[in-house]
Design a protein around this ligand. Sequence first.
Ligand code: ADP
Length: 463
Amino acid sequence: MDKDKTQNRTSLSKQFTKINMVMAIIVAFIGVFSFWLNASLTEYFILNNISNDDLHLIYEDISSGQTIIEWGNYGLEYDSYAEVMDKEYMIKSSSTGAHAPNYQYSVREFNELVGDPELDVIIYYPFADDSELFILVMPIQTSFIPYQATLISLFIFILGLFATVKVFSSFSARQLISPIEDLSKTVHSIKNGAYGTQVKLNSGNDLDYLANDINELSTAIDTEIRLRESLESSRQQLILDISHDLKTPLTNIIGYSESLGSDKNLSKEDKPFIEAIIRNGHRANTLLNDLFTYSKLNATHYEINLQPFNLNYVLEDYIASVIEEIESASKKYDVDLHRGNYPVHLDIQLFRRVLSNIVDNFLRHSGNETTIQFVMKLKDGDAASAQLDILDNGIGIPEEDKEKIFDEFYRADHSRSVQTGGSGLGLSISKKIVHLHGGDIQLMPTETGSHFRITLPLNEENT
Ligand code: ADP
């Protein structure tokens, strides 16, 4: 990582603290402003504001003997009044509503007037020697609603608070949350298989380290996966090559042994050996064929050859071809195919392989005098899929083997499987083929016998 950039990076907690501190300072400012607003509004709503010039004008009017003053012109209450008096509080002149000239205030009376909470009294000394005193008495204004100033300031404070929180939340979201979202999206894509996905962050905080680590991790996973894929594909190729190369010599061995076995001059002692060679040759051949098919299907770029079919016909056709085999093994069959069109896209060779694996297992593993049943219908609750059940009433698959039955080389009851032959690849090949067709195969829970269920997507375009 770039060293300069690393040094300039702030820790996430510091960045958080910084943002919150700035927010706290702004909120404090709004608080102070609201206090000031409250004070100013209180003065505005309750106390009478009059300029010195106006005060002087009123004084001059009163002094010159005018008794009627247009209080409204000065923004004052109509029941305001003014008095000019001498040092001894003797009225010299006054406006209407005030004490008449020559009225003498006592000191107590004057002080009570000034201190009256219902009144707003301004005392004005027109001369430097305080020889004259002018008082303007105004009733305190009543506000529109109680605590009007406080409510307005509180409202402005709350508004400011919300606006600040909103602005800072979106700011910190941009600074902190959206990089986290980007990181989370990247991790999610990597989890979903988009290995190698990189995230570009320039948040200037600890998250850049995290982004860097995620990028390195993503690259490492991508490299590892590619390596594994290439190893896997070489392994598959190796198996394919070996099984292919072994096919010809094995076919030769079986061919030569069979012609030796049919030789009339073969001694009685040698016959069992030749028969054993033929038997084991056939087993090895089955294993080799299954191995070849399995590797081929698992090759990374295996493409199946899909053609449109009616699944009903495919099944009828297949069942007809195995009836003889079933009957000659002293077993029975039962078919319940729903009439109608079941349009599917199949690689017919591969799909017949699925059916023959299951039927073959029935013939080899289910026990004596068993019956196989084929039931086909639309999948319950999903008219876009066909559901094919193939079940028998044989010995079934032991409970502990059910989970692994589709694993490659897995065979239930190993003592039995030596006699029954097989590679342990049949069901895993079947599963692979059904998946390549976009369907699924499952072993269904059953009291007796085995029950396989194949679901396949229907393709309406076939019709
Ligand atoms: P295999 O080549 O051994 O038949 P499969 O993968 O086709 O391999 O089957 C796996 C195992 O499942 C078999 O070895 C057998 O034990 C068990 N199995 C499959 N089908 C049946 C069945 N119809 N009845 C009893 N056991 C079965």
